[in-house]
Design a protein around this ligand. Sequence first.
Ligand SMILES: [Zn+2]
Length: 457
Amino acid sequence: MNKYPSSVHALEGAVVYMADAGDRDVLVCEGKPYFGGSEGVNRFELTHEVACTLRRLFPFTAPKRVLGEKRSFGLGDRLGIACPGHIRVISKFDVMPVFAQQSIRELDLTHRTYEDVLDAATFAVFRENFTRGFGADGDHLKKPADIEYALSLGFTMLTLDLSEHIHADASGKYSQDVDALYAGKTFEVEGEKISFTAEELQRVKGVYGEALDFAKEMYDRFLKDGRYDCDLEISIDETDTPTKPSEHFFVANELRRLGVDVKTVAPRFIGEFQKGIDYIGDPKQFDAEMKVHAAIARQFGYKISVHSGSDKFSVFPYVGEETKQNYHVKTAGTNWLEAMRIVAAHDPRLYREIHLFALESFAEARKYYHVTTDLNAIPDIGGLSDAQLPELFNDNNARQLIHITYGLILSARNEDGSFRFKTRLYAFWRAHSEEYAQALEKHIGRHLSMLGCPRAD
Ligand SMILES: [Zn+2]
């Protein structure tokens, strides 16, 4: 059994560390039986109970609030194995990480729980001795039961998704009478003028009014009394049209009036933020709009949050600049793509099987994700040599094919009930964990560099 050197931590009368037990990691406590058992050497599987005890004994392994920091970066880990690589890259930059970050959609598609997600981060920071702290984000939550679930586990960031209460046709109702506050008025934000005609106000109220009422209801119910140590992000990004400056201003000003303390807001930006590929649109136009959104955020004392941030290299410099290095950026699926790129490079047979399965499953996966993938543009895998397979991950269509079919790939079963790919994949990734960590370090490092994030001292 190989001890992870950086995982060795002393407690009064005991030493606690993690070790590689071949097909899995285990936790060992030598001395006083802090995790149960009797005095001596006790070995434990990485269960939720062990994670809870670890968080109690070693506070750096428990999540904390991070949105109040200048820069924060979300690294959703769909597989529960990316965190050691994420730690490696985050250690080199001056930014606060959110290592636990999943939406209910992702949990459903990967058959994981919030316990799994949080525990994977706890064990990773303990193993690697990453003591800077990290956040845990209940991402894109819409229902009170889901919010309660994440908060009760100690998640430190709630991303409240208002999309179900945003009415593009302006048919929504708002409890507040705000006509006298906005109609015919012009507001100034860092020299930028934002005006509301009576008609524009009616429209904005109809689109966002109900969403604002819902935000206040959820804030008052869960966060106002401070019983949970948690920051609030408001997400209005999952809409069909970009958020206009007037809309963002209205939402920001109303949140303040309603007493909703928000740390980040995620608007929907101009252009397309599709999963796992670079920005689609005119970066200059993005820059112009980001400037206004960032100014509004500054005026109201919160940070802009950029979702679907994986691989948006062409606009990152503008995010960094216009926000004056005050941002939250979320990435999620990109670590899954990096994991699959390594499969393509080292186990071409397995990759070919999965690729063909993904092609068959694409129509089903597409129900959950907005992408414009052209399957016909993906090279026929039968005509590619093994050495050419990793290059598929430089092709946007092939990237999206693998990106959105993750849930189906991981849950596919054989006739006898065993997993068709999952067991082989996890065994493969365990054997290639060093390559995976290196790939993540490079790939996520490129994100942070393009954002202009300063290096850690
Ligand atoms: Zn989002």
